[in-house]
Design a protein around this ligand. Structure first.
Ligand SMILES: Cc1cc2nc3c(=O)[nH]c(=O)nc-3n(C[C@H](O)[C@H](O)[C@H](O)COP(=O)(O)OP(=O)(O)OC[C@H]3O[C@@H](n4cnc5c(N)ncnc54)[C@H](O)[C@@H]3O)c2cc1C
Length: 313
């Protein structure tokens, strides 16, 4: 009998959309039970939201003051304490999941399957390699140990709501490590939606030429209620901070609408937008590779087209 545990990602009050997407991957296993584990310090809101996701058969809550901020070093020993009851443990392939699950895998001495993009059966999964240029099928041999996997949230739609699973509190069992403690969170403090989960993203590339010029990308994004992204060239040149980078070594995103401005479409960039809905490209070079993946292309100078587009909007 398969029993899947999904580790919830949340900010203390709201469940991250990544959790409902991970749940979709978990449901594809075809297990008898799919439970959600919520760590936190009295995380009532996220636990309730998890219980309402359709397909969830139970919610477990482990509450302690030191779980108020998700630190992998503190959560991993606790995960090990609960792992034995499950055949599968899934976390989103976000910074949270990518930080936590390898520690759990190390402690349990199992191989983690990273970035699952398709669940073929309870022991067979597809995942990208070589920056998405090839897809491998990973078959996991029968074992008494759980299968640990991070789920590529861009590849799965979120499950809906409508569930009413029971919420059960369990006491922390592992002693909290003293070598790692939470100090503070520092963010870019940028306005607008979060790049990882935004439904519309406007990204700028090297062509913008400077941080000042990049303002026209911010301006268009604001008009559209979109998040701002960037190519690595734009990040390396210092036009925008590192956390806005989209691509193989940046964020993998799946917005409904992606607008690439002055971005050539290098394979490492396209890896980050493989699951985007509609792709619009603005580039002065009609031969730019971005047009091979774009649904709509606008050939011309971005410094003329962007203000025009914004006026029209
Ligand atoms: C290991 C590795 C990992 C990488 N990871 C990433 C990653 O995560 N994300 C990423 O983006 N890249 C990544 N790269 C870099 C990638 O290979 C490209 O170098 C980068 O994406 C190029 O950025 P760009 O498209 O902004 O710049 P360019 O390739 O220089 O393209 C600029 C484009 O702007 C157009 N243009 C110029 N002026 C104008 C104008 N006035 N109006 C309209 N269009 C104009 C040009 O025609 C051109 O197509 C990685 C590379 C390596 C080796």
């Amino acid at each position: 009998m398969s029993k899947v545990l999904v580790i919830a990602e949340h900010n203390g009050t709201d469940l991250s959309p990544a959790t409902a997407k991970t749940l979709t991957g978990a449901l594809a296993v075809g297990a008898e039970a799919v439970e959600v584990l919520v760590f936190g310090h009295d995380p009532q809101g996220p636990a309730q939201q998890a219980a309402e996701l359709s397909g969830v058969t139970g919610v477990k809550v482990i509450s302690a003051p030191h779980f108020a901020n998700p630190l992998a070093a503190q959560l991993a020993p606790e995960m090990v304490a609960v792992a034995s009851g499950y055949t599968h443990i899934f976390a989103p392939s976000t910074t949270f999941g990518r930080d936590l699950l390898p520690r759990v895998a190390g402690l349990l001495r199992v191989n983690q399957i990273s970035d699952v993009m398709e669940v073929l059966s309870d022991r067979s999964f597809k995942r990208p390699i070589y920056a998405g240029n090839a897809i491998v099928t990973v078959n996991v041999p029968a074992s008494s140990k759980p299968i640990l996997a991070t789920i590529r949230t861009a590849s799965f739609a979120a499950t809906g709501v409508g569930g009413s699973a029971a919420i059960e509190s369990i006491e922390p069992q592992a002693s909290a490590p003293t070598h790692t403690r939470y100090l503070k969170t520092e963010g870019s403090g940028g306005e607008g939606p979060d790049l990882s989960s935004a439904s519309v993203v406007v990204s700028g590339g090297r062509a913008l030429g400077s941080a000042e010029n990049f303002e026209i990308v911010h301006s268009l994004a604001k008009k559209l209620g979109a998040a701002v992204g960037a190519s690595r060239a734009a990040v390396d040149a210092g036009y925008v901070p590192n956390e806005l980078q989209v691509g193989q070594t940046g964020k993998i995103i799946a917005p409904d609408l992606y607008i690439a401005v002055g971005i050539s479409g290098a394979i490492q960039h396209l890896t980050g937008i493989k699951d985007a809905g509609t792709i619009v490209a603005i580039n002065k070079d009609a031969e730019a590779p971005i047009f091979e993946v774009a649904d709509f292309g606008l050939v011309g100078d971005l410094f003329e087209l962007l203000p025009e587009l914004e006026r029209a909007l």
